[in-house]
Design a binder for this molecule. Sequence first.
Ligand code: PEP
Length: 255
Amino acid sequence: MARRPLVAGNWKMYKTAGEGAILVQNLEERVSGSWDQVEVAVCPPFTALKSVSTLIELDRLQISLGAQNVYWEEEGAFTGEVSPRMLAELRCDYVIVGHSERREFFGETNETVNKKVKAVFSEGMLPIVCVGESLATRDAEETDTFVREQVRGALEGIEADQATKLVVAYEPIWAIGTGRTPTPEGANDVCRSIRATVGAMFGPPAAMSLRILYGGSVKPENAKSFFGEPDIDGALVGGASLDADSFAEIVKAAV
Ligand code: PEP
């Protein structure tokens, strides 16, 4: 992989602030030799961001920090929402945007994803934009069209230099938390198509620089096979990121 790989853990709605700090300490012990070759990020729930951020700062850990969601307005009467500036103040590097669980359970659309992507960039953080097809879309052989449309919708109107720093996670919905995965070659085909779409929108530098992660039932046993593919630059890991041993094994597979 020419680009520096990124292995990011999406903790979803798991881990309290205290549990999160312990997990990061355990993770650090297991992966501390790998920083030069691979970037490691954790994406805790909002309530654990502060404790993890403080730990990263005080112990000078090389782990990057991400949030799992954001609202696009700067501030206002939006009960229950969190703004990009609030996340930037906690020293978040990344924000996951448009995860399929948010699209399915919380009504996110390509339009709201696009607003969030722009808001994340405006506060100096980087979005990890999630795209991916359902089983029905895959069975109808419409994956490529569907994913390209998601990418175009999410990135419409951003600057070309922002696109060079972007992270896209290709996560087939049918592979998330199921133990099923596409073949590494099949996942790479979609990632290549995502890269081509970004290239058509923003030019070759963006296509060459953006990192595309594969996500969906990545485990220590299968991680290396995905990381060996030319258009896959790392992984977004759900379940296996909740255990320091298994997440560290995945990180080491990217070295
Ligand atoms: C995810 O939720 O982003 C994910 C990839 O989950 P899992 O690794 O558990 O399939």
